[in-house]
Design a protein around this ligand. Sequence first.
Ligand code: IMP
Ligand code: MG
Length: 431
Amino acid sequence: MRLTSLTSPSFPPREYNTTVIVGGQFGDEGKGKVTHYLATDADIVVRSQGGNNAGHTIVSNGVTYKLHLIPCGILEPHCQCYITGGVVIDPKVLIGEIQGLKDKGIATDGRIWLSPAAHVILPYHAELDRLAEEAKGKSKIGTTGRGIGPCYADKTNRVGIRIEEFIDAKKLREYLERNIARINKQHGTTFDVDKMFNECQEWAATLRPYVKENLELILNDEIDQGKNVLFEGAQGTFLDVTFGTIPYVTSSSTIASGILAGTGVGPTKIREVYTINKAYMTRVGSGPMPTENTFVDNVTAGEFGTTTGRARRIGYFDAPLVRTANKVNGATGMIITKLDILDTQEKVKLCVAYMFNGKRIEELPIGTSDLEGYEPVYEEMKGWKCDTTQVRRFADLPGEAQAYLKRIEELCKTKICMVSVGADRNATIVK
Ligand code: IMP
Ligand code: MG
């Protein structure tokens, strides 16, 4: 039985103007650059999960910006930037980032809004992150060390401190006393309530003007009014806490539905979901990566973590993995970035399937904790051996590059709607 939709013609849905930007791989796919490009037409850019484990590098008018918490829309003067309830906010980092933008002449006042529902990363979280990694020894996750996991753990354990409590001195004091007593007892640490309280009070005073009550309700109304809203995902599909390569994942849901869960916006209000994918693969931290192969060096490819500076692991494009990503994200389109990094390759190689226990597997299975024994099946195509960084139309790409992209579309079962051929905003091909 199918019930008639309760929405009347005078009530939404209408033509929503909303787009989710989600990483299709292991993070660092170039979501920052894509968001910045699409922000030209956006009214609002939203960050909804993760924290300052994320690192988005954007080149705007020749200036490089590294953002961890503030949505990339901040570089477009007409954009409003929302940080909604699903994000974990390190106040010190956020204040530093706001100051850094101000120093570069970017207006921030009245443009950045924080949800009272977002949880706060406190100084003890980074220490707990470090201790957890240390205890894991050889099987450590290789976290960014920013306290993300312990903060989300507190949230799930319902002992976290949200922005709402953080800016309320009485509650802050009460919660800190309770949490620090527990942590010091459990971990033998010596965190001092007075010291942390005073520090937090200072941060809270700086951040108070940025806090907006009912941010998510306002956002919903704005979506209904037809505002152009971009949801800027952080990390990537295979770092998702449910569907990633467990346990080598982050602590938030990084897929499209997780991004929405962090905003209080329902799935019926989303028009487009784009998975962002590099033309090859990278991964930072531990965990399986079936196509790992340093076929291009880190310096040439510019593959160092934005947050930690770690050299990223590099590999060939993994189509079964991206195909799964497109499926679990409900992708309406794919965006391919850093195609130009393959410009010098004699041959371009891509993984089209895996062999596992004598069986051919066309899409990465869900929730794989272990990819031991998954042998990539590779296909080699002729490289294009020429500079694509100046190309601005798909038809002007060398035939070999077009063939490579078409093969990716075919294997990943989703249309490519944009290709990036350089860090600068205009190094973009819209199909
Ligand atoms: P955490 O998010 O700091 O707990 O780190 C968990 C795992 O996710 C580690 O392998 C990190 O390297 C990885 N990770 C977290 N955030 C990002 C990101 O923004 N880009 C790429 N990898 C990330
Ligand atoms: Mg990154």
